[in-house]
Design a protein around this ligand. Sequence first.
Ligand SMILES: Nc1ncnc2c1ncn2[C@@H]1O[C@H](COP(=O)(O)OP(=O)(O)O)[C@@H](O)[C@H]1O
Ligand SMILES: CC(=O)OP(=O)(O)O
Ligand SMILES: [Mg+2]
Length: 397
Amino acid sequence: MKILVLNCGSSSIKYALYNMDDKSVMTSGGAERVGLDGAFVKVKLPNGEKKTVMHDIPEHTEGVKFIFSLLTDPEIGVIKDLNEIDAVGHRMVHGGEKFNKSVVLTDEVLKTFEECIDLAPLHNPANLKGVKAVSELMPGLPQVGVFDTAFHQTMPAHSYLYAIPYELYEKYGVRRYGFHGTSHRYVSKRVCDFLGVNPADKKVITCHIGNGGSIAAVDGGKCVDTSMGLTPLEGLMMGTRSGDIDGGAITFLEKKLCLDADGMSNLLNKKSGVLGITGISSDMREIESANDEGNERAKLALDMYSYRIKKYVGAYAAAMGGCDIIVFTAGVGENQASMREDVCKNMEYMGVKLDVEKNKTIRGEEAIISTPDSKVTVCVIPTDEELMIATDTMNLL
Ligand SMILES: Nc1ncnc2c1ncn2[C@@H]1O[C@H](COP(=O)(O)OP(=O)(O)O)[C@@H](O)[C@H]1O
Ligand SMILES: CC(=O)OP(=O)(O)O
Ligand SMILES: [Mg+2]
């Protein structure tokens, strides 16, 4: 069975074609600068070779169409005919309270998903365009939606509600939803398989630290709290997002800078975080190099970044009444040993003892990075949201 996974973002379309017989990736890639000048698609071939193909992509339908044509391209394609694809699985960002698991995308489901557009105006319309483009190109092909928010739907009301007038939750659905749920679900389960323990009696804290970052408290396999909120802005300091900030600072700055809501949203989502503090970049690799060269702001950003993660880990251990396993995942979590070391420093009080030397050697692979006598097992588990989406899609067919 062959399943195509599509992740349609606001200005990008990532894809991966899976052969589910052996769960291998036949090809993968991504279109960037969708809707902008100079759009292109990067393709990764089965032999690991990478190719960049320039192609005008005014909007998502054209992007999906072009990606489909690359799949069957005589030179770089991996299938002869599009009919070889059995189904498409989509990453859908905001499912509100409507979806607590993956679903087959019917007209009715899509209508319900459209009702969540207000909650994620940048993400959801792009997801919908991707679904519609596939329907146009291959009518009748089964499509499945896998929601970022679904795994977090088990949170109790005391962790998902904001302390604002209750009517605003009832009327507008203002509450914590959480994101990266597909990743938190995957790594919280995978770490238990890796360690040979039963998820049902483990308290796990999963740290998804990529360009966007979030932490989840997973008790007995169920999410009980997570750091992102109504939108993917809350919680950790991220590449360009502020994370937690006093609501009072927002109203203060709106007045000082004469910003409207869109202007403020732009400042907090795109100009803040690591980029905002350093003024250099949102990419942690560049910040690490700048720090090595003695840049003070880079050091400050790194300190703020890991301090915020440490605070959430402590908070979630308190929330669950303990912690058995901590997992680091995603671009930064899998690769940046210095961040993991900073987070785990001085955590012996809660039973965390990092194997500092081993931690330094681990990059993008499954590993235990705590010492054998550490009460809490600390692990690196590379995330695989695409495989999760493909697996859900296969299971629903
Ligand atoms: N070797 C590395 N060291 C430190 N950070 C890294 C490394 N490789 C990737 N990253 C970071 O990972 C981020 C991307 O993570 P990823 O999980 O792919 O994010 P997203 O899915 O949110 O785009 C980059 O912004 C970069 O800062
Ligand atoms: C929802 C979200 O924050 O996603 P990403 O980390 O891919 O930006
Ligand atoms: Mg990601």
